[in-house]
Design a protein around this ligand. Sequence first.
Ligand code: 13P
Length: 249
Amino acid sequence: MTGDRKFFVGGNWKMNGTKAEIAVIAKFMKTGPLSPNTEVVVGCPQCYLGYSREHLPANVGVAAQNCYKAAKGAFTGEVSPGMIKDLGCEWVILGHSERRNVFGESDQLISEKIGFALSEGLKVIPCFGEQLAERESGRTKEVVFAQLSAMKPNITDWSKVVLAYEPVWAIGTGLTASPAQAQEVHAQLRQWLRDNVSEEVANSTRIIYGGSVTAGTCKELASQPDIDGFLVGGASLKPEFVAIINAQQ
Ligand code: 13P
């Protein structure tokens, strides 16, 4: 990473964790030590948001992994941004590849969710990335630009947004993108911000990488100029998460 952007490491526990397991995670995060130069946020299952907020160190932000685009009402099974805030949490992950590909969420719905979450005062980690067939057919740039373009009309405050580029083929597969592969897309994304939003937003917005990041791969990825941190799945449940948080030291 280069420039003034604060290094950002998010954990995404996905549908994992019990109270007992979360207590263990809270313990290794308390022990750390966590670099003060990294902003840390963990994405917890909705039912454990309150418990996680109570048990994790105060300098670790807590994110929901989804929310709906309305404040309340007849939306069985959904959670609103206001409920997330009511539990003391400030962040939400939206548009994760599993929301898109397992639950069929569209670019349009994700964009509307981002807009509503921001308007309700949450900070947002929008996720996006290409599938393997799209990469292999040379369409990566076209796909990620289309995903960003769909979000843009609803991103009213870029200072409250951390973009997470997660190539779908790298998620949960052990196939981390090489530092050069990830850097190439991150540089294109920053150029997209420059061309479509502003120079200032391009320079200040954190663009983090997700997809099989481990303690072993994080340092070289973190040394790339346009990689401003990570969104970590499996490894965020393990003590090696501390090493990933400290990748930049
Ligand atoms: P893994 O780190 O388990 O590949 O998951 C990445 C991810 O989807 C984070 O949101």
